[in-house]
Design a protein around this ligand. Structure first.
Ligand SMILES: NC(=O)c1ccc[n+]([C@@H]2O[C@H](COP(=O)([O-])OP(=O)(O)OC[C@H]3O[C@@H](n4cnc5c(N)ncnc54)[C@H](O)[C@@H]3O)[C@@H](O)[C@H]2O)c1
Length: 322
């Protein structure tokens, strides 16, 4: 069997995916433009790291050949704030590099490409899919991405599916719900709200939100995202190409605050009543994950409490409190 390449493998989700792969017995290759290995520092003997920019796709081809890669988990991305600021770069990285990866998969006969997409491709959620009923959203929900990042994600999905149809490239897109986990704070800004309140509590900083205690959302821990990516990379075959990945469960920041007050002495968190805490994308929903369960064998292991406890354990090991 060939090796697996993880683009963006130094990032929050990439590092979790790499960890999942190592635990499953693989020796993954990371391709990332940043050399900072702090999220994979304990895995250095079990992985290979190639520092480079995906836009130099000749270099990606060379890495694929040299490491005998036959599957790619493609995560490298320009995130929402950067994508809005520099749309041309967003097209180049999020759409152009994904197209190049599909083309390399076609030319080099790779076995699978797994792409990280987003719930942002869906039309903004309105009742009954939003507050207060939150009917579960499945993959047939209408799509209507409305900011640059989500537009690039949807374009990349469609290009991958076109490669599957025309050229037999085995492409799978996973649409993530709101994610949280170590590393999310580094580049994600205000959209990493759940990671922010956990880290604020841990590092003794207050979290004060004027409203949002009643807002429900599907918050999925990066270790569950990693499981979905790993399973999608190795599952024998699928009948669909797009999958929702979340927990399938509603959670609130108020419930997270309660757990944090219990676990972290002195945690200072105030969240006023009402929906929409206003710091995220405004795309709040609960995913129906039955397609991923059936076809990928995906089963989330971290409910909202377990995810927070695991995150706190990570912080305790890497950044002990004084
Ligand atoms: N809810 C959602 O919709 C959602 C949530 C989280 C992540 N995602 C997707 O998951 C993927 C991973 O996200 P993350 O949270 O780990 O982000 P991250 O920013 O932590 O990691 C992205 C990595 O990609 C690398 N990268 C960026 N441009 C590159 C380039 N041109 N060449 C090589 N490497 C490059 C960065 O250095 C970084 O290490 C992304 O595709 C993201 O869009 C979706």
């Amino acid at each position: 069997m060939g090796r697996i390449l993880v683009t963006g493998g130094m990032g929050a989700i990439g590092s979790a995916a790499v960890r999942w792969l190592v635990e499953a017995g693989h020796r993954p290759v990371i391709f990332d433009r940043q050399g900072s290995n702090e999220l994979v520092a304990d895995l250095l003997g079990e992985i290979d790291i190639e520092v480079g920019d995906l836009r130099s796709w000749g270099r990606v081809a060379e890495v694929i050949r040299r490491h005998d890669v036959d599957r790619i988990i493609h995560l490298a991305v320009l995130l929402p704030e950067e994508a809005a600021r520099e749309p041309d770069q967003a097209i180049e990285v999020n759409v152009g590099a994904t197209t190049a990866i599909c083309e390399l998969a076609r030319i080099m006969g790779l076995r699978r490409v797994v792409f990280a997409s987003s719930k942002g491709v869906y039309r903004r959620f309105a009742p009954p899919y939003s507050h207060p009923e939150y009917r579960p959203v499945d993959e047939t929900h209408p799509v209507e991405p409305d900011d640059m990042y989500d537009i690039t994600k949807y374009a990349a999905e469609r290009i991958g599916i076109d490669y599957a149809r025309r050229h037999g490239v085995d492409f799978i897109a996973l649409r993530f719900a709101a994610t949280y986990g170590p590393g999310r704070m580094v580049r994600h800004g205000s959209v990493a709200i759940r990671s922010a309140i956990i880290e604020n509590a841990w590092f003794g900083r207050p979290t004060i939100l004027a409203r949002g205690a009643d807002q429900q959302d599907d918050f999925v821990y990066t270790k569950d995202i990693a499981q979905a990516l790993g399973k999608a990379a190795f599952v024998e075959s699928v009948t669909d190409r797009v999958f929702n990945i979340g927990t399938g469960q509603a959670s609130t920041l108020a419930a997270a605050a309660q757990i944090l007050r219990r676990e972290v002495p002195g945690a200072h968190i105030e969240i006023g009543p009402g929906a929409d805490y206003g710091t995220g994308s405004g795309h709040y929903c609960i995913f129906d994950i039955s397609r991923a369960r059936r076809q990928l064998g995906y089963e989330p292991a971290y409910d909202h409490e377990r995810g927070i406890l695991d995150y706190l354990a990570f912080l305790s090991a890497t950044a002990p409190r004084g």
